[in-house]
Each structure stands twice: as structure tokens, then as C-alpha cells.
Design a protein around this ligand. Structure first.
Ligand code: GLV
Length: 327
């Protein structure tokens, strides 16, 4: 029997790619830059499966073209780029890679938090650019203490929980807000449930870990930013559109809050002219929170395993649309 055909929209780490090449009739987009949308639509007409990443728009155009398409195996935990409802309607399975990236993503939220609080990037530039001319000085590059401060976690899912766990070592007071209360975690983590407004008013560090949904679009807007402490720092490595970037720029520029660490943007790649990039009190990264060698390898293996399971007639371990009925 012919092997199922799979189109892979980006070269993923070999731990998964090797399995895909061995088990399937695989074609891989060879470039670092993304394939044009028309390429994905064209390939969708030919293949049984797609392997996608979070910047591929997998919408009704792809699903309508994919008359043979049976499964989309996404290399990411988030899947806001995929019209899952449409996939389900068409009997197409959607899978993702949860769990394996939790700790790595939590590490990076902390890297941003520490970098903004202690002005690590500014300090690095200060030394390299020859501004360090006077030796040690009592007021040089003063930052904000992390230990003993209050951390507010917006969204206590897997990643939010991993971040809160790390905060214990810094003897932080912990607050969280969420659409559903996680009583099971409150004692375990020593974390207190509050509404979002209270969290914003009380926290010294606010870190956002909600998925991008209709209800979370611009969850942190001008009104919310105005509630935060002037000394507070906002971290986002979830999805860019959860924060209103224009309002965030004003907040940082006018001193409503003290700083921000951003791994995600409303538009990615963020344009070079994004005014946020002109601010010293912002640390930015190009959406790399899960990018460790180990984790990206594990994600690739999971992408392959989801495909293998499906084509062996098993339920893929990380099925997103559990109500899908096979075509
Ligand atoms: C990364 O942002 C992911 O969703 O895996």
C-alpha cells in the first residue's frame, strides 16, 4: 500500500523529521522563510497530512482544497492559526504539542522577567558600547528586586503553574487570575486566586499565560494597564494580541508601568518601526520561548507520533478537536 503523503511546511528537528521521512511519503518546504499561502493550499490538494507551525494560516481555504487531507499535525502547543471548527466540520484531525514545552517556556518567561527587572540587556549594551567609563558607581543601572515581590500569573494553566513553581525560590507572594479557579493548585503552590483587576493592582510582576481566543484578544488594554503599579513589569510569552501593543507603548513611554518583556507581538515578525523597539525599558525576543535544543526535538517527535498514531488507526495522543469524526 502506498505510504500516506505528508507536506511539512518547515524543516523541523530531525528527531521527528526522520520518522516522518521513513514512515511517510514526505515533502518538506526547504527554505527558512515560510512558504507562500498558495503553496500550502496547493499542497493541501495533494496530501493526506500537513505538518504546520504557528505562523501558517490554516483556514477554510486550506481545508476546502484538502479533499484528501485527514490530519494537521501542528508543531506548537498554541493553535490559534488553525480554524479548528472548520477542520472538525470537514472531518480533519488537528493535533498539537502540549506538555513538552511547558518548562522551557516557563524558563524563558523568567529570563525575560529577570532581564527587565535587572536591566540585563541595557547593561550588556552599556559595557559593549563603551559607556562604562567610571568604574563602580552607587546609582549605576539600578533595577527592581525580584525576590520577596509579588508575582501575578494571568492564566494558571500548565505554563502559568510552572512559572509560579519557580517563584517559590524567590520567596515571592503569588497571585493568579483565571476563567476557572484552580483550587487544587492553591495550597500546593501557595498561590491566591484574585480577579484580574486586583491582580493588576497588587502585582509587581504580571506574566500572561492565556491562549489567544476571542475573549482574550486585548485582554490587557489601556484600562487594564492603567490599573497596574507604576513600578510593575509586564511579561508576555503567550500570544501578542493578548496585549494591546499601542496602549502598552503609551503605558511604557508615559510611565504607567516600569517595563515589559515580550517574546510575542501582535504582528510577527514585528516591524522594525514598532515604537516599542525604541524603548530601553523593554526586552524583546523573536517568539523563542520554547526554543531549547531538547524541547524543539521533543516537539518534533510528538508531531511525528501524532501522525504515526493516526495512520495506524489509533487516536493521536494530542488530539485538539476531540469531537472530530473521521472522514
Ligand atoms: C509557541 O508559541 C507554541 O504555541 O508552541
Amino acid at each position: 500500500m502506498a505510504k500516506p503523503r505528508v507536506y511539512v511546511t518547515r524543516e523541523i528537528p530531525s528527531r521527528g523529521l526522520d520518522i516522518i521521512k521513513e514512515r511517510f511519503d514526505a515533502e518538506i518546504w526547504p527554505e527558512y522563510a515560510p512558504p507562500p499561502k498558495e503553496q500550502i493550499v496547493r499542497k493541501a490538494t495533494e496530501v493526506d497530512a500537513l505538518v504546520t507551525i504557528l505562523s501558517d494560516q490554516i483556514d477554510s481555504a486550506v481545508f476546502s482544497a484538502g479533499t484528501k487531507l485527514k490530519i494537521v499535525s501542528q508543531f506548537a502547543v498554541g493553535y490559534n492559526n488553525i480554524d479548528v471548527q472548520e477542520a472538525t466540520k470537514k472531518g480533519i484531525y488537528v493535533t498539537n504539542t502540549p506538555g513538552v514545552l511547558t518548562e522551557t517556556t516557563a524558563d524563558f518567561a523568567w529570563a525575560l522577567l529577570m532581564a527587565v527587572a535587572r536591566r540585563v540587556v541595557e547593561a550588556d549594551k552599556y559595557v559593549r558600547m563603551g559607556k562604562w567609563k567610571v568604574g563602580w558607581h552607587p546609582t549605576m543601572l539600578q533595577g527592581r528586586d525580584v525576590y520577596g515581590s509579588t508575582l501575578g500569573v494571568v492564566g494558571l494553566g500548565r505554563i502559568g503553574e510552572a512559572i509560579a513553581r519557580r517563584a517559590k525560590g524567590f520567596q515571592m507572594k503569588l497571585l493568579y487570575s483565571d476563567v476557572s479557579r484552580r483550587k487544587d493548585l492553591e495550597d500546593k503552590l501557595g498561590i491566591e486566586y484574585v480577579d484580574l483587576d486586583t491582580l493588576l493592582q497588587k502585582a509587581d510582576f504580571v506574566t500572561v499565560h492565556v491562549p489567544l481566543l476571542k475573549d482574550t484578544f486585548h485582554l490587557i488594554d489601556e484600562g487594564k494597564l492603567k490599573q497596574m503599579k507604576k513600578t510593575s513589569i509586564l511579561i508576555n510569552n503567550a500570544r501578542g494580541p493578548v496585549i494591546d501593543e499601542k496602549a502598552l507603548f503609551t503605558a511604557l513611554k508615559e510611565g504607567w508601568i516600569a517595563g515589559a518583556g515580550l517574546d510575542v507581538f501582535e504582528e510577527e515578525p514585528t516591524p522594525q518601526q514598532n515604537p516599542l523597539l525604541t524603548l530601553e525599558n523593554v526586552v524583546v525576543a523573536p517568539h523563542i520561548s520554547s526554543s531549547s535544543h531538547q524541547t524543539r526535538s521533543r516537539m518534533a517527535a510528538m508531531v511525528a507520533e501524532n501522525l504515526v498514531a493516526f495512520f495506524e488507526g489509533r487516536i493521536p495522543p494530542n488530539l485538539v478537536n476531540k469531537d472530530v469524526k473521521v472522514k
